[in-house]
Design a protein around this ligand. Structure first.
Ligand code: NI
Length: 191
């Protein structure tokens, strides 16, 4: 089932999401399936539960489409099978030099900006079978995880921009807030 994606201005996007417990486990397979379907329909490569109205610590990332991109030729093999679920992730460390990448967000349509983040991460998480992993990611893999992890903390990529950039974007962002925008996928705007 495709779920409407919450737009910028929805309080759930600013709420720290709750840890997933045994009590949530029965509903998770369906939520994961719905999140994957919703992300795919919107041509996204990552989606966090708060974006579809669930304040829970889970996100999905599907980078398989990037395997066709010639910019990522040397990591095409890894990209081609990267379709993961991250449950109760804990960012253990972020290391390396900051690098800029042009980010977007399904909750903030039509806005793309360069965001600086560290290159490498060490992440503790559970997969969809609740198997625990402690895994290092770097480059584009780290980037998508950092963006989605932020969602669980109530942080959006625009928060990382300079106050000057934010000022320039103000008009565009308020249009998203009020739903005064055309989007090709199902969205729910704050009233
Ligand atoms: Ni996002």
């Amino acid at each position: 089932m495709i779920l409407p994606i919450r737009a910028l201005g929805d309080p759930i996007l600013r709420t720290k999401a709750k840890e997933i417990t045994d009590a949530d486990k029965d509903m998770l397979p369906e939520l994961i399936e719905n999140m994957r379907e919703t992300m795919k329909k919107a041509n996204g490569i990552g989606l966090a539960a708060p974006q579809v109205g669930y304040s829970l610590r889970i996100f999905v990332a599907d980078l398989r489409v990037l395997a066709q991109d010639e910019d990522y030729e040397d990591i095409a093999d890894v990209l081609a099978s990267f379709n993961k679920v991250f449950i109760n992730p804990i960012m253990i460390e972020e290391t390396g030099t900051e690098w800029k990448f042009n980010e977007g967000c399904l909750s903030i349509p039509d806005v793309r900006e360069d965001v600086a983040r560290k290159e490498n991460i060490l992440l503790l998480y559970q997969d969809e079978n609740f198997v625990e992993h402690e895994e290092r990611f770097s480059g584009i893999f780290a980037r998508v995880i950092q963006h989605e992890y932020d969602h669980l903390e109530g942080i959006l990529f625009i928060d990382h921009l300079s106050s000057f950039k934010k000022k320039i974007l103000k008009g565009k962002l308020s249009k998203i807030n009020t739903g005064n925008i055309q989007v090709s996928y199902s969205m729910r705007f704050p009233k």
